[in-house]
Design a protein around this ligand. Structure first.
Ligand code: C5P
Length: 242
């Protein structure tokens, strides 16, 4: 079962820019079209700050705030309470923080003073971790896929709206954990394109066929000659018209 909000575009552009000015210049290309769903990660959030994010929301951009929170439950709840005021759609946190941390975050989001509570997405096992590192450096037994499914299960128990996972795990999360968990998948590359530093990539079509509800696309769009045309073409390729 696919779980996406009809009001949100399924292709999310990762605004991986070092400064607000660069992100603004990039977004100016969308002046005449519908505002895309954008992801603001740590780099841009720390550089541009919460006011810039609020401004983006006021301008009509749906924002996915990918700040991957992880701390004691009380502190994460406080962080979510502050971030919830920005009016963003989604905020990420690490499932490895445990059920209590995720529940505290959820309660903070739902009791936020903002009219619209942000939805929380749990990061499962980072794609930069391979099995060797997980088993021998972090001391976590089992395969990466088992870990991802276990974290997805924790996220479900804690009432998270969804998870961030690779396209390779989306199907199993939907079939074995919960078909209604939103699956958000990075690591998207177009057919024939350079993989860059991403190890396990999928095309947009493959990711959607594998159960990804939303696709996070960074460089394939931000470094394209015509980013708007590239965004629209990816959007069309997964059957969502502009
Ligand atoms: O440029 P590219 O399409 O590889 O960008 C992918 C985006 O998704 C980046 O912002 C990256 O930080 C994020 N991401 C990822 N893998 C994860 C979690 C997030 O690539 N496991």
């Amino acid at each position: 079962m696919n779980t996406w909000d009809q009001n949100l575009r399924r292709v999310i552009i990762a605004l991986d820019f070092p400064e607000a000015s660069e992100a603004n210049a990039f977004l100016a290309r969308w002046e005449k079209s519908e505002k895309p769903f954008v992801k603001v990660g740590m780099q841009l959030f720390y550089a541009a700050g919460p006011r810039w994010v609020s401004h983006l929301v006021e301008e009509g951009y749906p924002v996915f705030l990918d700040v991957k929170l992880h701390d004691i439950p009380h502190t994460v709840a406080g962080g979510v309470r502050s971030l919830a005021r920005l009016g963003v759609e989604w905020i990420t946190l690490h499932a490895s923080g445990g059920i209590r941390m995720m529940e505290a975050a959820k309660e903070a989001a739902e009791t936020s003073t903002n009219q619209k509570a942000p939805r929380l997405l749990a990061v499962t096992q980072l794609t930069s971790t391979d099995q060797q590192m997980m088993n021998h450096e972090l001391g976590i037994p089992g395969t990466v896929q088992e870990r991802v499914l276990a974290y997805a299960q924790l996220a479900k128990q804690a009432g998270m709206a969804g998870v961030v996972c690779s396209g390779w795990e989306a199907t199993k999360i939907k079939s074995r954990v919960d078909s209604t968990l939103i699956t958000v998948t990075p690591g998207i590359r177009l057919a024939g394109q350079d993989q860059g530093d991403q190890k396990r990539v999928m095309t947009p079509e493959q990711a959607v066929q594998s159960g990804a509800d939303y696709l996070v696309v960074g460089r394939s769009i931000t470094q394209a000659k015509n980013p708007v045309a590239m965004y629209e073409s990816i959007t069309r390729s997964i059957g969502q018209d502009q």
